[in-house]
Design a protein around this ligand. Structure first.
Ligand code: FEO
Ligand code: CA
Ligand code: CA
Ligand code: CA
Length: 734
């Protein structure tokens, strides 16, 4: 999601990291040289994941199993059309648009701002999703069924303008909101669980399914894990700190090997009314400063400022009004920023917030290779400028018998107790996973913020990561693990602050000093129309190789798999040799097919190249760690280097070519492409088109809307899920 007038979540992705970590610091403990790790042992991991066997291997000089795929389609040209462009050997249909009823009880969508009942309609801003196969009779889970299943998807945010009537939009005032409008906006957030079935005309929604469900920003949730019952999550709603209401800004997602859905709370901070600092105790102030910015504000949508007094609106206000935390909602924001587990096959179950995985701007949580008898490992990005990459390792070893078990109780076993690490990158191409725990002596002896207990530390995980000197990254987005190699990929979408120092007057901190380093090596200038953008404008994708291919390792090696760039930019910017067939900017969504091993999808959420092309999706065969070469990147006039040139030596992956990277899809105007799911046979993919026409600023002249996708004419644009199949019925991308 981007900042925009129509989705005024003004604090999105903005750095609140004022720490002074030197990300170029040596990793003293590291004993492995890059070379040694390159020669690291061959590991063959076999396991079960949704009934699919993973076989991973890797290592220097070891030939990897050839990916059973070719990118056998004609690449789609960059374009600014108000449509979805795909290769002409493929077909698509629109499956699920904002406002579509998921129940026969709700009328069809007018799309004119008058509609109600969003708790039984598709939410807005479709994002991360997964397809869970179910049996032919539609009663329970069958992960191998490619013709009937439950689609779980996130509704990250709203395009406020298009949810309301013109009169309502004109009178919008963040200081004074009508309850009915707040209710609609709250209900348009959250998750959809919908049953879909394949018929003669392809997949369609089964509106009669008893599994259909909306989870919204007001749905009751349990707080699980080490933070459960902690004073920091006690509120007037849950005086014992075990529950909260709602999930917010659900961006990317994740999977469990027992067939539940993980949804991740990203830019939740902007929704709350931030209290005046003078009303907060010192620790609460430190927390809010680190997560919500230091200025008092109404919250992006003013949900705390209803003209109707009711607890359901008061709960968006973090200002202390009562005697203690159980008399008001000063702690409510601490109940957001988590990974949330949902069991789509049990519609009456209460979602559980998995606090052992830390509180941040969670983009997603994807597992490493799942191996019987080994811990489960999850890789997670905290998406804001200069935030960190995290890894969760379960205390319990995976028991493959649990794969067929249903429900959230299995989640308690693996996701409520584990070790949480943060990544520190060395300029020598190695890295360290640093344990975030009160047992870490650096954390225990720090004077910056005294953690009362592990719950306090997990609520304030960013502060703990600051203390141990984690590496501030260029906005960590989705993560994915290549099932063929175990290599971990993390999109770093862009960073307008990289290389800018000292503090330039924008953003939050007076002490921002985020200079270049080997893992975040670029500062350059790009022109977009009349606009000049600086920093790491187009983003990159970093790749980690765990030592000995062991997901629980505490050291890793890394290279930069791919650099985003415009094809015609200088070779000092277009480092991966992108061409017109595969150039891109601002990588965000990243997903390894489980059906077609070796195939990776890449999606963009861009604001830099959008003068020349709408956002897009590419198919990639990403090779493996170490398949490229050393590179020295010359950066001109870098502010953090005293406005002089700075050459950064780093490690890049194999150059792009049309045999390993091709553009598969370009979306309509003003959209972001985000979220992809596939059927187990690999013959159908689902892709989300988020916020088409988001740069529209007025409802007055419908024909002037930026986009009218997907309904055409002078209609309001709608976020939607599309279904893509190959015309010959074959496997996608072969
Ligand atoms: Fe919601 Fe970081 O994208
Ligand atoms: Ca994004
Ligand atoms: Ca440009
Ligand atoms: Ca995203």
């Amino acid at each position: 999601m981007k900042n925009s007038p129509t989705s005024p979540n003004g604090q999105d992705d903005i750095s609140k990291n004022n720490s002074l970590n030197l990300s170029i610091e040596e990793i003293v403990e590291a004993r492995l040289s890059r070379r040694t790790v390159l020669k690291g042992g061959l590991v063959v991991a076999a396991g079960s994941f949704f009934g699919l066997n993973f076989t991973g291997c890797g290592g220097d000089g070891v030939s990897l199993p050839a990916a059973n795929v070719l990118l056998g389609f004609t690449p789609v040209a960059k374009n600014l059309n108000d449509t979805v462009s795909i290769p002409d050997t493929y077909s698509m249909k629109v499956l699920y648009k904002v406002g579509d009823p998921i129940s026969n009880l709700v009328p069809s969508y007018n799309n004119d701002g008058t509609d109600t009942d969003f708790s039984l309609r598709a939410g807005d801003h479709h994002d991360g999703m997964f397809y869970f196969g179910m049996n032919t009779s539609g009663t329970s889970k069958d992960m191998n069924n490619s013709e009937r299943g439950l689609l779980c998807m996130n509704h990250e945010n709203i395009t406020q303008l298009f949810l309301h009537t013109e009169a309502q939009a004109t009178s919008y005032n963040v200081s004074s909101r009508l309850a009915s409008q707040i209710d609609k906006e709250v209900s348009a957030h959250g998750i959809s669980v919908i049953e879909i079935q394949k018929g003669n005309s392809g997949f369609a929604l089964n509106k009669s399914s008893t599994f259909n469900k909306r989870i919204t920003a007001s749905t009751p949730m349990d707080i699980n894990g080490p933070v459960r019952g902690n004073d920091l999550v006690k509120t007037k709603y849950s005086t014992n700190g075990t529950a909260t209401r709602g999930t917010l800004n659900n961006c990317a997602s994740g999977l469990t090997p027992w067939g539940t859905y993980l949804t991740c709370e990203e830019n939740w901070a902007g929704y709350f009314k931030r209290a005046a600092s003078s009303t907060l105790d010192a620790k609460s102030k430190a927390t809010q400063d680190r997560y919500m910015g230091s200025s008092a504000n109404n919250g992006s949508y003013g949900w705390a400022n209803s003209t109707t007094t009711n607890d359901i609106y008061d709960r968006w206000n973090t200002t202390p009004t009562g005697a203690t935390g159980v008399d008001d909602y000063r702690n409510v924001a601490n109940t957001f920023g988590w990974v949330v587990e949902i069991d789509p096959f049990n519609p009456t179950s209460t979602p559980r917030k998995r606090t052992a995985m830390g509180r941040m701007g969670h983009e997603g949580a994807m597992p490493g290779i799942v191996t019987n008898g080994k811990p489960l490992v999850y890789y997670m990005g905290d998406d804001a400028r200069n935030e960190y990459i995290y890894k969760y390792v379960s205390n319990q070893n995976w028991n493959e018998d649990d794969a067929t078990a249903n429900g959230l109780d299995i989640g308690d076993k693996y996701l409520d107790s584990g070790k949480l690490y943060v990544a520190k990158f060395s300029d020598t191409g190695i890295g360290e996973w640093i344990l975030l725990s009160t047992s870490n002596s650096t954390i225990a002896s720090n004077a910056t913020y005294i953690f009362a207990d592990m719950g306090d530390l997990l609520v304030n995980i960013r502060i703990a990561a600051d203390i141990v000197g984690a590496t501030p990254m260029d906005r960590p987005e989705w993560t994915g693990v290549n099932p063929l190699t175990g290599d971990v990929y993390i999109t770093l979408t862009n960073n307008s602050q990289r290389g800018k120092a000292p503090y330039d007057g924008s953003g939050f901190g007076a002490s921002e000093t985020f200079g270049l380093n080997a893992a975040n090596p670029r500062y350059y200038t790009d022109i977009k129309g009349t606009e000049t953008q600086k920093g790491n404008v187009n983003g990159h994708i970093i790749r980690l190789k765990e030592t000995d291919n062991n997901g629980a390792a505490t050291t890793f090696s890394w290279d930069i798999y791919l650099f985003g760039a415009e094809a015609d930019s200088a070779s000092t910017i277009n480092i991966s040799s992108l061409t017109d067939e595969n150039d891109f900017s601002s990588p965000d969504g990243l997903f390894f097919s489980q059906a077609t091993k070796g195939l990776m999808w890449l999606q963009t959420d861009d604001g830099a190249y959008t003068d020349e092309t709408n956002c897009m999706m590419l198919a990639a065969l990403p090779g493996s760690y170490g398949d490229g070469s050393n590179v020295s990147i010359v950066n001109n006039s870098v502010p953090s280097n005293g406005n002089t040139n700075q050459t950064v030596s780093t490690f890049k992956g194999k150059n792009a070519s049309t045999t390993n990277l091709k553009r598969f899809l370009v979306g309509p105007k003003g959209c972001e492409i985000t979220g992809i799911a596939e059927t187990p046979d690999g013959k159908t993919i689902f892709v989300n088109i988020q916020h088409p026409g988001e740069n529209t600023t007025s409802l007055t002249n419908p024909s002037s809307f930026e986009s009218h996708w997907p309904d055409g004419g002078t209609s309001r644009p709608r976020s939607a899920t599309i279904v893509i199949t190959k015309n010959d019925g074959g496997v996608i991308a072969e």
